[in-house]
Write a protein that binds this ligand. Structure first.
Ligand SMILES: [Zn+2]
Length: 341
C-alpha cells in the first residue's frame, strides 16, 4: 500500500491503523466468539481500548502483546470501553490496580460496572423472564441461567472516572475521537471516530464475519420503559447512522478490520429483510412462540444458544410488528405471534 492510499484489504487496514498509532492486540477469550480485539492507541496518555476477559491467560497474552509494542500495563494512562460485555471489560479492575489508569466509558456504564454483581444478576433475571415469556421451557431457562452464572467470573467491577456522552470528544495529545452511542448489539455500544484519520473504533457494533447479534438486554437507562427493548430496530437505526461516516477503516471488537463498512451494512440490512420474510411465511399456517420459530430456523442451535437465537427471532418479529404484519397473542403469560391477514 502506498502512503495515503485507501486500504482495500484487511491487512492494509491494519497497516493503515498502525501508521496512525492504533495497534490491534487480539486477546483470547473462553467464549465461542474466539479472540477479542483490544486496541493500543500509542499517544499521551497511553490508551487501551477494551481489556479482554478476566483470566490469567488473557492477562498474559495482553502483556505480551503490549511488550511487542515496547509497552507495559504499568504505563497505561487511560482505558476506554466500547461496551458492557465481559470479553471487553473483564480485566478492568486488574489493569487499573496495576497502572492507576483513568477509565473513560459511556455514562450508562458507570453505574453498571460499579456494582457488577448486582447488574449481572438483574440481567439474568431479566433474560429469564424474556425466555419464559417467549416459550423457552422453565427447566431449560434455569440451566442456561446457571451457565451464565459460571461465566460471570470473566467479568469485573470497575470505576468509570470519565463519563462519555453522545457528541463528546475524547482528546488525547495526537488523536481526537468523537463519541457516538450506537445501541443494538448491547445498550452501551459506543464507537470512537477519529475524523482526521477516518478511522472508526467500533467495538462489536459492526463485525466483519458475524452479523453482530442484537441481544435483548435489560435497559441500562433508568428512564427507559420497563418493557422489552426492540434491539434489532435500534440496531438498524444505529447502522444507518454509521453508514454515513466516511470511514476508511472500521476496527471491530472481533475478527478482521472492515474496509467497506457501507457495503457491509447494506448486506446486513438485506439479511435482516430476508429473515423477517422467512419468519412471516412460517407464521402463516399457525401462530408460534419465538422459541418455536428459533427451533424451526436453527434446530439444535436454538437449544444450545437459546438466548442468542431468541433475541434474533424477536428482533425480526419486532420489524414485522412495526409494519403491522404480525401481532402478539398472550396466553397464560406466554406470547405467540400470529400473521395478520
Ligand atoms: Zn459484545
Amino acid at each position: 500500500m502506498s502512503a495515503g492510499a485507501s486500504p482495500s484489504s484487511a491487512r492494509d487496514a491494519l497497516t493503515f491503523a498502525a501508521d496512525a498509532g492504533i495497534h490491534c492486540l487480539a486477546v483470547p477469550t473462553p467464549f465461542a466468539v474466539g479472540r477479542v480485539n483490544c486496541y493500543l492507541v500509542d499517544d499521551e496518555p497511553l490508551t487501551l481500548v477494551d481489556t479482554g476477559p478476566n483470566s490469567g491467560k488473557s492477562l498474559d497474552e495482553l502483556e505480551r502483546a503490549l511488550a511487542s509494542h515496547g509497552r507495559t500495563i504499568e504505563e497505561l494512562g487511560l482505558i476506554v470501553l466500547t461496551h458492557q460485555h465481559m470479553d471487553h471489560v473483564g480485566l478492568l479492575e486488574v489493569l487499573v490496580r496495576r497502572s492507576g489508569a483513568e477509565v473513560a466509558a459511556l455514562h450508562l456504564l458507570g453505574p453498571y460496572l460499579a456494582d457488577f454483581k448486582t447488574s449481572v444478576a438483574a440481567d439474568d433475571d431479566f433474560s429469564h423472564e424474556v425466555m419464559r415469556r417467549h416459550g423457552i421451557p422453565d427447566d431449560m431457562a434455569t440451566v442456561l441461567g446457571a451457565v451464565g452464572v459460571a461465566f460471570r467470573a470473566f467479568g469485573s467491577r470497575g470505576r468509570v472516572t470519565q463519563e462519555l456522552h453522545e457528541g463528546d470528544e475524547l482528546a488525547l495529545r495526537d488523536h481526537t475521537f468523537s463519541i457516538m452511542h450506537r445501541p443494538g448489539h448491547s445498550p452501551s455500544d459506543t464507537i470512537f471516530w477519529d475524523a482526521d484519520r477516518q478511522i472508526l473504533i467500533g467495538g462489536d457494533h459492526l463485525l466483519a464475519h458475524i452479523s453482530s447479534n442484537p441481544l435483548i438486554h435489560r435497559p441500562l437507562d433508568p428512564r427507559a420503559p420497563r418493557t422489552r427493548p426492540q434491539a434489532l430496530i435500534q440496531y438498524i437505526d444505529s447502522m444507518l447512522a454509521t453508514r454515513e461516516l466516511p470511514a476508511q477503516v472500521v476496527l471491530g471488537g472481533h475478527g478482521e478490520p472492515i474496509v467497506d463498512h457501507a457495503g457491509l451494512i447494506e448486506e446486513r440490512l438485506r439479511l435482516h429483510d430476508r429473515r423477517a420474510e422467512k419468519m412471516l411465511r412460517m407464521l402463516e399456517p399457525e401462530p408460534l412462540t419465538a422459541h418455536e420459530i428459533a427451533v424451526r430456523m436453527w434446530g439444535n442451535v436454538a437449544v444450545t444458544q437459546a438466548y442468542l437465537t431468541l433475541s434474533e427471532v424477536l428482533g425480526h418479529l419486532d420489524l414485522l410488528a412495526r409494519d403491522e404484519l404480525v401481532r402478539e397473542q398472550v396466553d397464560d403469560g406466554v406470547v405467540r405471534f400470529e400473521a395478520v391477514r
